[in-house]
Design a protein around this ligand. Structure first.
Ligand code: GDP
Ligand code: GDP
Length: 437
């Protein structure tokens, strides 16, 4: 079910961002400076011992500017409750328990989600007595920490990971393909979900950005099992946080992480806008299979060149997704809807494909003969050995004499050779270079 999610909540200024930064360290894993991708510190990967998880800093999410602290905290709490497996509530040990803390604790208490209470800003050991006051929040044992000094975080995290789903619960059968349908509001995600499932299971709304429940829908088609993750859904209607773009982007990111194949939906009627590029960037970065689905094709005035032009536009705007197949469909008229799942099967297969090492080495040897590797100051890169280290996405390691000699363009050349030889349509392919030891 993807990585466990930890949400950090607390009133303003208690140190949420400081602790978030501590937990994710320098690894801002999902979001990098790549075309179409912006840095965003709200949602990132953290690591403790052998546990990987996602951290959400709910305090970093901008809600309505005029919202009172309590309203803001209510949204934070709702978000954490919706999204998180474990919630860390941060308080300020230098200030003590405030009314806002009590109110937030009350909201969290009602949900039944595991909450770990941390008392922050206890920068030296003799301040630890300050924690006793915090038992009154009814959230169990308070953990004394100092975000700025990095104290107590280990004990706190030990408690957090205790509440993670166990490995057995996480394990899912390999033969089920998880598909998510992502895209900005109103492109037709829910309509597509309905069209694919073949029944009116999700309510479609006429109003842009209105929300439906996020549902995992398991189903079977032609002997293949799928789970469809509908990201259009968000729990409650009309809440402020649902209309914030950051929230919907975060939602999409989680769905992407949870799936094997992502259907990136565009609105054929409206073309491509900035938000589309952002979301597509996440899909690429996450290393999932990607299919670009241009919906509402029925509503587009067409001649015999229209599809070709739209394809050109997509290739220009989403350069990094050059491996993604493009389907032109209409959820409304059901045009080409039946091509989606067969394409999903192909992409899922490519995403999980393993290439035998011997074949791979022959291929790379041939490639280096055709185009010799780069040199620097008279020294030539030599690729000694290639192996596929991982699937989902296919990841290849080139063992070389000196990784410094590798060029991006040569890596790209090797990737293209691999892609020519094997059908990796729809999946990113990662190439890593390591020194042969
Ligand atoms: P947020 O609003 O909850 O995200 O809080 P911030 O992380 O922005 O921190 C608010 C203020 O508290 C900043 O000035 C931090 O430097 C300070 N702060 C955070 N953690 C600690 C801590 O452990 N000890 C002390 N003394 N100050 C801290
Ligand atoms: P979501 O916000 O991405 O889930 O979008 P919805 O599925 O709610 O659809 C948004 C609007 O677009 C609704 O009014 C749908 O009826 C309409 N719509 C969805 N798919 C199509 C399509 O293929 N063609 C046309 N013409 N309209 C569509």
């Amino acid at each position: 079910m993807g990585l466990p999610v930890v949400a950090i909540v607390g009133r303003p200024n208690v140190g949420k961002s400081t602790i978030f930064n501590r937990l994710v360290g320098e690894r801002i894993a999902i979001v990098e400076d790549k075309p179409g991708v912006t840095r965003d510190r709200l949602y990132a990967k953290g690591e403790w011992l052998d546990h990987n998880f996602h951290v959400i800093d709910t305090g970093g999410i901008e809600f309505g500017e005029n919202d009172q602290i309590l309203t803001q905290m209510r949204y934070q709490a709702e978000l954490a409750i919706d999204e998180a497996d474990v919630i860390i509530m941060i308080t300020d040990g230098r200030i003590g328990v405030t009314d806002a803390d009590l109110e937030l604790a009350r909201m969290l208490n009602r949900t039944g989600k595991p909450v770990v209470l941390a008392v922050n800003k206890l920068d030296n050991p003799d301040m630890r007595n300050e924690i006793y006051d915090f038992y009154q929040l009814g959230l169990g044992e308070p953990f004394p920490i100092s975000g700025s000094h990095g104290l107590g975080l280990g004990d706190m995290l030990d408690e957090v990971v205790k509440h993670f789903p166990t490995k057995e619960e996480e394990d899912r059968p390999d033969d089920v393909i998880r598909v998510s349908i992502i895209g900005r509001p109103n492109v037709g995600k829910s309509s597509l979900t309905n069209a694919i499932l073949g029944e009116e299971r999700v309510i479609v709304s006429e109003i842009a950005g209105t929300t439906r429940d996020a549902i995992d829908t398991p189903f079977e088609r032609d002997g293949q099992q799928y789970v469809l993750v509908d990201t259009a859904g968000m729990r409650k209607r009309g809440k402020v946080y649902e209309s914030t773009e950051k929230y919907s982007v975060m939602r999409a990111m989680k769905a992407i992480e949870d799936s094997d194949v992502v259907l990136m939906v565009l609105n054929g009627e409206e073309g491509i806008i900035e938000q589309d590029k952002k979301i597509a960037g996440y899909a690429h970065e996450a290393g999932r299979g990607v299919i670009i689905v241009v919906n509402k094709w029925d509503a587009v005035e067409k001649d015999d060149k229209t599809m070709q032009h739209f394809t050109q536009l997509i290739r220009e705007e989403f350069k990094y997704l050059d491996y993604a197949p493009i389907l032109y469909v209409s959820a409304k008229t059901k045009q080409r809807i039946h091509t989606i799942l067969p394409k999903v099967n192909e992409v899922a297969e490519a995403h999980a494909m393993r290439v035998p090492t011997s074949v791979l080495n022959d291929l790379v040897t041939d490639a280096t003969i055709m185009t010799p590797p780069p040199t620097d100051k008279g020294k030539r890169l030599k690729i000694n050995y290639v192996t596929q280290a991982a699937v989902k996405p296919p990841t290849f390691i080139l063992f070389v004499n000196d990784p410094e000699l590798m060029h991006f363009s040569y890596e790209r050349y090797i990737e293209n050779k691999i892609r020519e030889a094997f059908v990796f349509e729809g999946t990113p392919v990662r190439i890593l270079t390591r020194k042969k030891t």
